[in-house]
Design a protein around this ligand. Structure first.
Ligand code: CMC
Length: 429
């Protein structure tokens, strides 16, 4: 039995189909709204209530704190899988067989060398350049070395573009780190797994062999899994909308990196650690910062708190908090930032302001403590998030292009001047 939603405007009645997703989520299909109503549009700043697409990649229930990639819970993937295997799942829809995984890994490794001319570009950045700016520019620069836009209707071309990007993106990220550090640009080591390789490229210096610490690799691998996809967030929507103009994969991902950079999105992980360190420097008075966060006249917000979709808890934050505890204990690190973070969380979760607004720690609240323990500087935190999110961006781009979605082009409610007569410059006041 089909369901309809009724809309009444100016005494006229319109009916629109109601759609249900596989998890019984309900949407009103307003595709025909403008045509049947002669121009009426919806107005929804920030898209708080707007579904931009149908998607089969990630399911998220913000009230219940559920997050699943392709039907698999984030908890089971974080415990039992690895970053590259989950990347395959997210991008291609199924967990790989052993043979599929080996081919995927080999194909990525076959593309891990960057064109040496990329060094001319990277050498142009000043040492103080933010690595997210470098990563976005360098990802875009990949288009110069791959000038033919991928034909998405050729399975082989699409697959090649995907493995190429998965191979080169972490090298670009590591190189951005090297520019900041003033250290040589490292190459990938194809004898290593994907995540060990990221650490090797970031930390190896010519004078000292970098020794891979399996505890560190496991912690980073798990963190990256938790970041792999998060349905239609700001950067993913950016990737989809840029790609909807038929801009290429690398150009679309470069735009996603820029969108992720902001501190209300992925940039929050850097902002959190800076906030925790500022609280520590200030004497550790958590209550003072809670008061600041609640003050409507103070722009300060508790970074790493609140989420557009999660209104109960962020399941990623739960896993990351436990992982941070475990890692610091294993590495024998005593970071006062972790103590301050836990204290902040405890106070906020009892405070009426945060409780009534359903503000809980999000994925970025504890992740920086792990990155810091791994020796990753705070400017690189959002870059690590980008490496984690890359498979999700690719999967969403692929789904959008193969689904034949129309170009993204929102409408607006015009509230400017009505028509005016042009005034010659000498008559203007
Ligand atoms: N500290 C203090 N107050 C907050 C916070 C916060 N972190 N987050 C939301 N609020 C208040 C906000 O002032 C508003 O209060 P009121 O109703 O009195 O005006 C109410 O809560 C609702 O907030 P909103 O800004 O309308 O909610 P939103 O869904 O538009 O924004 C958010 C979500 C994540 C941008 C926001 O919670 C925020 O700025 N958080 C801090 C930044 C952050 O941690 N971002 C990472 C998000 S998760 C990872 C990711 O996306 O990459």
């Amino acid at each position: 039995m089909s369901e309809n939603a009724i809309l009444e405007v100016d005494g006229k009645r319109y009916e629109f189909p109601v759609l249900r997703g596989t998890e019984n989520e309900i949407a009103i299909d307003l595709k025909t709204l403008r045509s049947v109503t002669n121009g009426i549009i919806t107005l929804d700043p920030g898209y708080k209530n707007t579904g931009a697409c149908k998607s089969a990649i990630t399911f998220l229930d913000g009230e219940k704190g559920i997050l699943r990639y392709r039907g698999y819970s984030i908890e089971s993937l974080a415990e039992k899988s690895n970053f590259l295997e989950v990347a395959y799942l997210v991008i291609f829809g199924e967990l790989p067989t052993a043979a599929q995984f080996k081919k995927f890994d080999d194909d990525i490794k076959a593309h891990s060398l960057l064109n040496e001319e990329m060094k001319n570009i990277i050498n142009g950045f000043p040492k103080v350049a933010h690595p997210m700016g470098m990563l976005s520019s360098l990802t875009s620069a990949l288009t110069a070395f791959n000038p033919i836009t991928v034909n998405v209707h050729s399975e082989k071309d699409l697959y090649n573009a995907i493995v190429k990007l998965l191979a080169k993106f972490p090298v670009l990220a590591a190189w951005a780190h090297s520019v900041n550090q003033g250290t040589p640009l490292n190459y990938a080591d194809n004898s290593l797994d994907y995540v060990s390789n990221i650490m090797q490229m970031m930390f190896e210096i010519p004078t000292t062999k970098y020794v891979i610490n399996p505890i560190a690799v496991k912690a980073l691998d798990q963190l990256l899994i938790l970041h792999e996809d998060h349905e239609q967030n700001c950067s993913t929507s950016t990737v989809r909308i840029v790609g909807s103009s038929e801009a290429g994969l690398f150009a679309s991902i470069s735009a996603g990196v820029s969108a992720l950079w902001g501190r209300l999105h992925g940039g929050a992980n850097q902002a959190v650690i800076e906030m925790l360190e500022a609280i520590q420097k200030d004497g550790g008075d958590v209550d003072k910062f809670i008061l600041k966060a609640k003050d409507p006249n103070d722009p300060f917000r508790l970074m790493g708190f609140g989420h557009r979709v999660y209104k109960n808890f962020d399941p990623r934050a739960k896993i990351i908090k436990a992982a941070a505890d475990e890692l610091l204990a294993e590495l024998n690190i005593n970071d006062p930032a972790l103590k301050i973070a836990k204290h902040l969380e405890e106070v906020a979760l009892k405070d009426e302001y945060f409780v009534s607004r359903k503000l809980y720690p999000n994925v970025d609240f504890y992740s920086g403590i792990i990155y810091k323990a791994l020796g990753i500087p705070s400017e690189m935190f959002t870059v690590m998030f980008a490496i984690g999110r890359l498979p999700g961006w690719i999967a969403q781009w692929k789904e959008m292009r193969l689904g034949g979605e129309p170009i993204g082009r929102p409408r607006q409610l015009y509230v400017g001047h009505t028509e005016r007569d042009f005034k010659a410059i000498e008559t203007r006041k």
